[in-house]
Write a new protein. Sequence first.
Length: 227
Amino acid sequence: MVVRVLVVDEQALFRAGIRQLLVGADGFELVGEVESTEGAMGILPELSPPPDVVLIEPRGGAGMAAIRALRSGLAPAWSAVNGARRGRTPRVLAVSVRDDDDSVVAAMRAGVSGYITKRASEQELLRAIEIVAEGGAVFSAGIARRLGEYFSEPYAMSYRSAFPQLTIRETQVLDLLARGWNNGRIAKDLVLAEKTVRNYVSQILGKLDVRYRMEAVVRAREAGLGI
């Protein structure tokens, strides 16, 4: 089976790299490349049959809206001109420079079938496209590890019992705060930017209705976190 791919990314160099990669790889066909989500919506009616996989940089509301449109069949490609493959919706693989939790979760909610970073190797990207085209889900190693931690039993238990007002990620950050870790160490362990960790800490303080970091640490340790 030849996997038909549409690339949506504002960076010309990235699109050129993907073009070169797909042209030189067996089993793949680049059916189009555009720099914006608006361009993707415009080119889809011209692609018959529709692409199997859309690679997209899911930045901002427009990117998320485009993903939802692609996955729901609302994009204009699903008209009578597509003949026998009318109604087939492409699967979406997010390829982004960002891998923070908010970006990943927003893209997953919008309907992506995978999320990898632009640091991935050529072979990792090709395999990710294949997996998504076959109906699977794929994530970069760091993202996959963090997703696993979200649903691990210790954090799930803490989330349900001790601090139900916190998200699982916030509970995880609070647990590391209670261990005495600084923002830099937390960021490194969770593969996040320090600014993202600072934002999480601010959110935690607000939800726990405390002013200082140490107050949050004391409450966390009283609840059994940080052990």
